[in-house]
Design a protein around this ligand. Structure first.
Ligand code: C2E
Ligand code: MG
Ligand code: MG
Length: 742
């Protein structure tokens, strides 16, 4: 679980940071591009508005100029008529209006009395256009209702002068259509709107447009009611200060850019141009669309590659989990999975008791060797499945190596375990006779390292290994002492190797027919600094476990070579000496070369040496042992099979393996319930060995009965206390010289 986190955390952080960065860059770019486009639109629109304003202003000025010219003419006529009184001027103006112009124009005297073409008189003194013109300001009026025909009209008004004094005004009536004509300019292919408003926001003129945004007759109100409170305020302030401006507003639910500017030549008039943003941003939108599409594609590519990466990681993780957590033989839990599960269970559990059970099948390797690996694997699968089926919730099982299984149990009393092993015995389809060695450790401290718990259960199991009537052992505190003792012994062994405290003892092999020495076996002894002799039974098992045994074997081998060298040099007629070699050597590929190097160093003839191997070595690794024995025999060294008959001896093996000597284990000589049967087997082995050309040595010959039995069976070479115990080198040297027991 931890490696999962380690695997993903830095990458997740990277993806998160990268995504955030990408997102930030996208947002920044988008707003940057949008800003550029907005600025562009703003500039364009402002430019267009001021151009329109100039066009419109020049049209208006042209028209007012015409009126001015007519006014100037009238002023000149007044001057040439040499009028004295105000009444004469008024009469002149009244008379002039009767026939001088069409009905769209009329004159007014200084008091605001207007003379129409038909001779009617109207009072315009209160009208704003008159007041402005009589103060010298040529102007055009706001939209106003004609008193002549009742229609909306605009009235242009310019002053008339006599003796540089304003004596009246001349007006031109513009119909709404005429005024509209003057103001019309094409805006964005007629997609924009144009309003002329006064300083109060009242619309004087606006483009005829079916979708015209205006809802009321007041631009300020429409802007305000569109929800643009601040914009309305700003536009109003700008207009009051006679300033141009630009705003983005919502009018009638549609977003629009509005630009406004005063029409300076006409008092109180402002030109407002409004264009929907989607019209103005049409090109910009295309750019933005392309931009968004590119970003979208990029984001998609990134998203897909991220997904792919995670998918791939997930696959890898599953693969790793499968390797780490699924046992390829049983298809069940591995050691790693077991540790994860146990940790979880122990962390969650309240005050229940837990036990670690560690068990294996005694001599499982023989099943593998006799019946083949697929049969062995099948048995392991059955053991796993049956055990698993008998577990309660929160309990679990795993195979940790070879035939070794571990379980976390909530109940590990003897009855339950007996039932478990009975079920395993019953459930194995090949009906093998199975014997299990199991160790149980009671979990007392849940914080304790799981490996240690498993080891302790394993230590308990070791104590009953090979004890046929005992299957389960419970871990005891005293095992800690054993572990400590082993640790100490291990250190002591290493030190003893360094101090050269190991010596070789020799046990003669005697021909029982004539008492001749026909060979000897070298047996290791540890001669401590206190001159105490420690027998191999006390340290060889631990040396096997720690691997030190291979060093010990080579020490003995070298001592034997030294001994033979000296004997040869002394001209003694030598007999072969056998040396024990552990099965562990076969895990070392240069075992054979190592032996050769030693022999060559001492120049000892190969036929004076014999290597003793045990059956377990052969079962462990038949092909390697086979190759080794072949090479060794080719070189001239003999091979002896030690302790034959003590374990699962396979007669088949004798056929396949090139060996010279069979050493019958001393257990064979022990009195058994049926000595007759034993003798029959003994005789058969002897006959078979003879036929195969294999010589025999009987080990552990202690009594004259043993010698009689040997004679009966036709065996001649004996090794045992009857003739001699293993003796130290000096004593043996004498026997060696004599050629028989002294
Ligand atoms: P082994 O190779 O089968 O050696 C024979 C053992 O039987 C020796 O025990 C020997 O003292 C004992 N023996 C011989 N005759 C009699 C007898 O008449 N009665 C009884 N009760 N025992 C007899 P030892 O020397 O204690 O060695 C025990 C085992 O230790 C050996 O069994 C061998 O497996 C192992 N061993 C001894 N030396 C070495 C060594 O150098 N290398 C390795 N790998 N193992 C060794
Ligand atoms: Mg031996
Ligand atoms: Mg033996």
């Amino acid at each position: 679980m931890d490696y999962k986190k380690i695997l993903q955390k830095p990458f997740l952080t990277f993806v998160f940071v990268f995504n955030m960065l990408l997102f930030g860059i996208i947002v920044f770019l988008m707003s940057y591009v949008q800003n550029l486009l907005d600025n562009d639109s703003r500039n364009n629109l402002t430019e267009i508005v001021s151009q329109n304003r100039d066009v419109i202003t020049s049209r208006l000025m042209l028209d007012l100029n015409r009126l001015d010219i007519i006014g100037n003419k009238i002023s000149e006529s007044l001057k040439s008529s040499e009028l004295d009184t105000e009444q004469e001027i008024d009469d002149f103006l009244a008379e002039y209006s009767k026939h001088a112009y069409d009905e769209s124009m009329f004159l007014a005297n200084r008091n605001g009395v207007a003379f129409t073409e038909g001779g009617r008189q109207i009072d315009v003194s209160g009208r704003r256009y008159f007041k402005l013109a009589s103060n010298g300001t040529s102007n055009i009026s706001d939209k106003t209702i004609s008193r002549i025909n009742g229609e909306y009209v605009f009235i242009g008004s310019v002053p008339l002068y006599y003796d540089e004094k304003i004596v009246g005004t001349i007006q031109k009536i513009y119909t709404y259509e005429q005024m509209y004509e003057l103001f019309t300019v094409s805006l964005f292919s007629s997609k924009g709107y144009m309003y002329v408003i006064n300083s109060e926001g009242y619309v004087i003129l606006h483009t005829e447009h079916p979708d015209c945004h205006l809802k009321s007759d007041n631009y300020f109100r429409d802007v305000y009611e569109g929800g643009n409170v601040n914009a309305a305020r700003k536009i109003k302030t700008d207009i009051n200060n006679n300033q141009s401006g630009f705003m983005e507003v919502v009018l009638d639910g549609e977003k629009a850019f509005s630009a406004y500017t005063p029409i300076n030549q006409i008092h109180d008039w402002y030109l407002v141009t409004s264009v929907p943003t989607n019209v103005i941003a049409e090109n910009g939108n295309v750019v933005m669309k392309i931009f968004y599409s590119v970003l979208l594609v990029m984001a998609l590519i990134f998203l897909i590659s991220t997904c792919y990466f995670f998918w791939n990681k997930q696959q890898q993780r599953r693969q790793l989990e499968k390797i780490a957590f699924v046992d390829e033989v049983t298809g069940g839990n591995t050691y790693n999975k077991f540790v994860v599960k146990v940790n979880d269970t122990l962390a969650k559990a309240s005050d229940e008791s837990f036990y670690i059970l560690n068990f294996d099948v005694d001599n499982f390797k023989y099943i593998n060797n006799f019946y083949g690996f697929s049969c062995g694997d099948k048995l392991l699968q059955q053991i796993y499945q049956i055990t698993n089926s008998l577990l309660a919730p929160d309990e679990c099982v795993a195979r940790i190596s070879g035939d070794q299984f571990i379980c976390l149990l909530k109940n590990a009393d003897e009855t339950r375990l007996e039932n478990l092993f009975a079920a395993l015995q019953k459930g194995n389809e090949e009906a093998f006779l199975l014997h299990f060695s199991a160790g149980v450790y009671v979990v007392s401290d849940r914080q304790e390292n799981i490996n240690l718990m498993i080891d302790k259960a394993s230590v308990a199991a070791q104590t009953i290994k090979g004890v046929l009537n005992k299957t389960v052992a419970y871990y005891d505190k005293s095992f800690d002492d054993l572990t400590a003792h082993n640790e100490q012994l291990k250190r002591a062994l290493k030190q003893a190797i360094r101090n050269d405290e190991f010596v070789a003892f020799y046990q003669p092999k005697i021909d029982i027919n004539d008492g001749r020495l026909v060979g000897a076996e070298a047996l290791i002894r540890w001669k401590t600094t206190e001159n105490k002799l420690v027998s191999p039974g006390e340290f060889i098992p631990l040396a096997e476990k720690t691997g030190l045994v291979t060093e010990l074997d080579m020490i003995v081998f070298e001592k034997v070579l030294q001994f033979l060298r000296q004997a040869l040099d002394a001209g003694i007629e030598c007999v072969p000496i056998s040396v024990n070699f552990s099965r562990l050597h076969f895990y070392n590929s240069d075992f054979f070369d190592k032996i050769l190097r030693k022999i060559e160093a001492y120049q000892v003839p190969a036929d004076l040496l014999e290597l003793e191997l045990t059956e377990s070595a052969v079962f462990d690794n038949f092909t390697v042992v086979y190759d080794f024995t072949r090479k060794v025999r080719e070189y001239g060294i003999a091979i002896a099979m030690d302790d034959f008959g003590s374990g699962y001896s396979s007669l088949n093996m004798l056929k396949d393996l090139p060996i010279d000597t069979l050493k019958i284990d001393r257990a064979f000589l022990e009195n058994s319930a049926d000595n007759e049967k034993r003798n029959i087997i003994f005789v058969s082995i002897v006959r078979m060995a003879r036929r195969l050309g294999i010589s025999l040595v009987v080990e552990g010959v202690e009594t004259s009965e043993n010698i009689t039995l040997m004679r009966k069976c036709g065996c001649s070479v004996a090794q045992g206390y009857y003739f001699s115990k293993p003796v130290e080198e000096e004593t043996f040297a004498k026997i060696f010289r004599e050629g028989h027991i002294c």
